[in-house]
Design a protein around this ligand. Structure first.
Ligand SMILES: NC(=O)c1ccc[n+]([C@@H]2O[C@H](COP(=O)([O-])OP(=O)(O)OC[C@H]3O[C@@H](n4cnc5c(N)ncnc54)[C@H](O)[C@@H]3O)[C@@H](O)[C@H]2O)c1
Ligand SMILES: N[C@H](CO)Cc1c[nH]c[nH+]1
Length: 435
């Protein structure tokens, strides 16, 4: 059966992409040319901030002292879970060596990037948890030089809880800069910092686009822009929980899509009725964000059965995927495209967002078709090495010479010839089979 849209979105992640690209390219060009001063100019223009950019130790300590003890304890709890999950990831990756043929030894090493730039979003909300996710994971990977940046609040600076968290998790330097100017400062090595080898972290469409444009010159974790979330629910799901989870994620921003796929029309109708009521009950900023996201980006789709739900979900490739349906193992085995999966009503995206352990920096806008979220592995380069004895080199050199000549690469072939001649003088080899 064809999917039946009970609610269809007039907008998608591609809406306004061209305009975003133009704005971001201009800011990046200006800052590349104008350095620290240009970055300061954008901080003033976009975030109404003209204070110090690099936080001193005294400022970090003063900010940390403002964070209530109970919140500090919660942040430590979340940090501990994220750290332990990241360590398990690191342990799943190992250096190895293998003798492929007698005398030829090859190997793999995982080497952490030297210099990391972590973006911690802070425009609409103060994303303390993003500091945990990015900085902790870089630290566990073994990165030595970790810079974090986050938008300053007008005239005041970064939220003290973000400062406390970035410091706790191991940031070596904290910059009061948000948006494209923060990304540019870390990429270009402004304000005395080392240029980043890799930029990580989530952010709005400007931040995500800046990372995308800079990719190649620096590494990036992935495209992690405006949050999107999909719920798969069957007749057994609790409509109130489904509606609350949709609204909870729509509050991210006016451009945060939420989608519901179900094979039960009665459930869909109940959720459609509940969502506007739950949105109306939110505080003002959250309500405005969720209302616009629901109106412009949300979709509710009726499917024939769970197989059709799973196939459609893989096409969306959502950042967050929640299953509130029977037989969680069936879904776990069947689903293929998502950033992070939440199975059963006893867990929810917000748990992963804040405290449960798996990283919350996740691919958006369909990027989950080709990548997972932030992990220790994103900070590590999997490099290879090889060495050989002269006997081990012999068959490799013979094959190399012949393949190189077939390809027309005579210079390559001669690097093999010269070794064979040196190591096996007086032996004749048939290295010129392409006559
Ligand atoms: N994918 C993920 O893993 C993930 C995780 C957490 C948050 N997020 C997303 O992060 C985003 C946070 O967005 P935010 O805006 O609240 O904070 P943000 O920190 O990403 O962006 C704020 C910055 O945007 C810049 N900016 C604002 N308007 C601009 C304009 N017109 N032109 C140029 N720059 C401009 C400002 O300089 C400001 O510092 C949300 O979209 C949320 O969904 C994604
Ligand atoms: N859902 C976001 C990841 O896309 C992360 C987050 C933290 N807090 C709220 N949301």
């Amino acid at each position: 059966m064809a999917l039946r849209y009970l609610k269809k979105a007039p907008k998608t992640a591609a809406t306004d992409a061209g305009e975003t690209r133009r704005i971001v390219q201009k800011i990046l060009d200006d800052i590349e040319q104008g350095g620290d001063e240009a970055a300061r100019k954008y901080a003033l223009e976009l975030d109404k901030y003209d204070g110090d950019i690099v936080l001193t130790r005294d400022e970090i300590e003063a900010a940390s002292a403002q964070v209530p003890q109970l919140l500090q304890d919660d942040i430590r709890f979340a940090h501990d879970n994220v750290q332990r999950f990241a360590r398990a990831q690191r342990d799943s990756l190992r250096d190895f060596s293998v003798e492929l043929i007698p005398g030829l030894t090859t190997g793999q090493r995982a080497i952490p990037c030297r210099s990391v730039g972590c973006y911690v979003p802070g425009g609409r909300y103060s994303h303390v948890a993003s500091a945990i996710m990015t900085v902790t994971t870089a630290k566990v990977a073994g990165c030595q030089n970790i810079t974090a940046c986050s938008p300053p609040r007008p005239g005041v600076g970064i939220n003290p809880a973000i400062i406390f968290t970035a410091d706790l998790c191991g940031a070596d330097r904290i910059l009061s800069l948000g948006g494209v100017q923060g990304i540019a400062a870390m990429a270009y090595g402004l304000f005395g910092s080392a240029p980043a080898d890799i930029l990580v972290g989530p952010g709005n469409q400007f931040v995500a686009e800046a990372k995308r444009i800079l990719f190649g010159r620096v590494g990036i974790d992935m495209f992690a822009g405006p949050t999107d979330s999909l719920i798969l629910a069957d007749a057994g799901a609790d409509p109130m929980l489904v509606a609350a989870d949709l609204v909870g994620q729509a509050e991210h921003g006016y451009n945060s899509p939420v989608w519901l796929l179900t094979d039960d029309q009665a459930l869909a109708n109940k959720v459609l009725a509940l969502v506007p009521r739950l949105i109306a009950d939110l505080p003002e900023v959250n309500r405005l964000n969720a209302d616009a996201a629901w109106r412009d980006y949300a979709e509710v789709i009726l499917c024939a059965d769970r197989e059709e739900m799973a196939a459609a979900s893989d096409d969306y490739a959502p950042e967050h995927l929640t299953v509130q349906a029977a037989d969680p193992d069936w879904w776990l085995n069947r689903l293929q495209c998502y950033g992070s999966l939440f199975l059963g009503e006893e867990t929810t995206v917000a748990f992963g967002d804040k405290a449960s352990g798996p990283n919350h920096v996740l691919p958006t806008s369909g990027a989950a078709r080709y990548t997972g979220g932030l992990s220790v592995h994103k900070y590590m380069k999997l490099v290879t090495w090889q060495r050989a004895t002269r006997e081990g080199a012999r068959p490799i050199a013979e094959a190399t010479a012949r393949i190189s000549r077939l390809e027309g690469m005579e210079g390559h072939a001669r690097t093999a010839d010269i070794r064979l001649k040196k190591y096996f003088p007086g032996t004749s080899f048939d290295l010129d089979v392409i006559k």
